[in-house]
Design a protein around this ligand. Structure first.
Ligand code: SF4
Ligand code: SF4
Length: 131
């Protein structure tokens, strides 16, 4: 049984594909605007963190590590499932859910933060000079 070919639909398809815009973007140079409520990646602001470790204990995938003594907070983005529990449970508002995707990484890496606040120092006033 011989099949009959029609050139018309194929040439129309080729022409349409040749004239259409590319179906992909030149990421990361060209980025898509995120949809409302897109869960992109976790962002952290260390300034107000009191290292209570609640976020680390509540995280279901153990993506967060907190060391109170060292004043460090770390996240392994490859473990994070973007559930948002840490965002809801941080009483200090240090953790937010960004709609933008995680920045590209060449290797699996843990992002660490260290709080550099100096402990308040007590200044002793110099004794007044008597004349
Ligand atoms: S980020 Fe929030 S919940 Fe986590 S240790 Fe800091 S203050 Fe506590
Ligand atoms: S969003 Fe969920 S999985 Fe990701 S770090 Fe927070 S608690 Fe863990």
């Amino acid at each position: 049984m011989r099949m009959s070919w029609s050139v018309g639909p194929i040439s129309a398809l080729v022409t349409r594909s040749a004239l259409a815009k590319p179906a992909t973007r030149l990421y990361p140079v060209e980025r898509r605007t995120p949809y409302a409520r897109t869960r992109g990646h976790i962002e952290f602001r260390i300034d107000d963190c009191n290292f209570c470790t609640i976020c680390a204990h509540k995280c279901p995938t153990l993506a967060i590590q907190v060391h109170k003594q060292d004043k460090t907070w770390a996240i392994d983005h490859s473990r994070c499932i973007l559930c948002g529990i840490c965002v809801e449970d941080c009483r200090e508002g240090c953790i937010t859910l960004s709609p933008l995707p995680c920045p590209p990484m060449r290797a699996k890496e843990v992002l660490s933060f260290r709080q550099e606040h100096e402990a308040p120092t007590v200044k002793v006033a110099a004794p007044a000079i008597e004349r």
